[in-house]
Design a protein around this ligand. Structure first.
Ligand SMILES: [Fe+2]
Length: 209
């Protein structure tokens, strides 16, 4: 039985500093990842339907499986990214009582230190993502650079805040060298309530030593 994924619809008009044209283009790219994920799953299912992978099929079968991580993460990370943006723009940095703010204070010492790290990762040279993850077993947050879509994700960790820094995320609005301006725009559009809902930890729970 093959799982077929359906591209989700997102209503993200009127963001601050990220144009509707950028989003339209970005949604199309996302739909491409959903399509490719489905296609790969179908092709792989076809290879294995007789219960074995023949030696002469092995090179093609291997290549399809190597591409799975790229397409799956391309699909899923875009969903996290669009879900943590707020139509019409966000409200800026989260308040002192917010669970996310408490979580970063416990993990990084302060919100500003966490933000400096997350933004710094977002400015790294290369093609990829900046992601703040939660270790669900400890409630600890950490920021990670993901190359392309699949290299650097930490097994078992949950994405809490996901920022696409591929050039396609901002090239219609900013020059490649102006990625920092896009990152600023991203921060002004974060849906912190969506971020909060991803946290596993209770807000009062302390990080286990
Ligand atoms: Fe993207």
């Amino acid at each position: 039985m093959i799982t077929t994924y359906k591209a989700r619809q997102f209503n993200l008009s009127n963001l601050k500093g990220i144009s509707d044209e950028t989003l339209e283009m970005h949604f199309k790219l996302y739909e491409g990842y959903v399509k490719e994920t489905n296609k790969l799953n179908e092709k792989i299912a076809d290879f294995i339907k007789d219960g074995k992978v023949d030696q002469e099929e092995f090179a093609e079968y291997s290549e399809l499986n190597r591409r799975l991580g790229f397409e799956y993460n391309g699909m899923v990370l875009h969903e996290y990214y669009f879900d943590n943006l707020k139509s019409g723009g966000g409200t800026g940095d989260p308040t002192g009582r917010a669970g996310f703010r408490q979580a970063v204070e416990e993990s990084f010492g302060s919100y500003d230190i966490w933000k400096a790290d997350f933004v710094g990762i977002g400015k790294m040279r290369g093609v990829g993502w900046a992601i703040c993850y939660e270790d669900p077993s400890k409630g600890k947050l950490s920021n990670h650079w993901i190359t392309l879509h699949e290299t650097g994700n930490v097994a078992g960790y949950e994405p809490i805040l996901v920022m696409d820094v591929w050039e396609h995320a901002f090239i219609l609005d900013y020059k490649p060298a102006d990625r920092p301006k896009y990152i600023e725009a991203f921060f002004s559009n974060i849906d912190w309530s969506a971020v909060e809902r991803r946290l596993h930890r209770g807000t009062a729970q302390s990080i286990a030593a």
